[in-house]
Design a protein around this ligand. Structure first.
Ligand code: IMP
Ligand code: MG
Length: 172
């Protein structure tokens, strides 16, 4: 049996999301950025973040597969769903739930860069400490966390727990 031990509360998440939204609203005034949400884990983060933005913006979605079992990165990344919108000449902000080794996000950023956006930045809710395999520059990070498997607020284990309003550590 797996149990979920509460780790980051709804209030703490909301505070971090509001801070990031404030920074983006200041930085992208009059720039109509496209928020590129990485499915599925980042949908809850996107939904809360966009409602705190005070500037015009657009959203789009991309899905990749990176994990071939439930918790371990395979290192193999494939685009399952691509963007609907052209990002050429646009200000793009990638919205991701969590960076572990950085391989998934590294692949996404390389792919998006080939499409010549005007700018490309990244907002991640969570970053695991000391796990970096691919060096990435992350413009907004909600929380840096230890190397534990976390679920909730969009994050899953085998497609479960995404609906938890808080983030918890999955203990097995
Ligand atoms: P990376 O490619 O190793 O950085 O892995 C990033 C992806 O793995 C994320 O987008 C998540 O889908 C998944 N992932 C990594 N760590 C966790 C976790 O603790 N809980 C849930 N999903 C995770
Ligand atoms: Mg993800």
């Amino acid at each position: 049996m797996a149990t979920v031990v509460p780790f980051i509360t709804e209030q703490q998440i909301q505070k971090a999301v509001n801070e990031i939204a404030g920074q983006i609203s200041r930085d992208y005034h009059d720039q109509n950025p496209i928020l590129v949400c990485i499915l599925k884990g980042a949908v809850v983060f996107l939904a809360d973040l966009m409602r705190e933005l005070t500037i015009p913006h657009e959203i789009d979605f991309m899905a990749i597969s990176s994990y071939n079992d439930d918790t371990e990165s395979s290192g193999v990344v494939r685009i399952l769903k691509d963007l609907d919108t052209s990002i050429e000449g646009r200000n793009v902000i990638v919205i991701e739930d969590i960076v572990d080794t950085g391989q998934s996000l590294g692949h996404i950023l390389r792919t998006l860069r080939t499409r010549n956006p005007k700018s490309l930045r990244v907002a991640v809710l969570l970053k695991k400490e000391g796990r970096e395999v691919v060096k990435l520059s992350l413009d907004h990070v909600g929380f840096t966390i230890p190397n534990k498997f976390v679920v909730g607020y969009g994050l899953d284990y085998a497609e479960k727990y995404r609906n938890l309003p808080y983030i918890g550590i999955l203990e097995r």
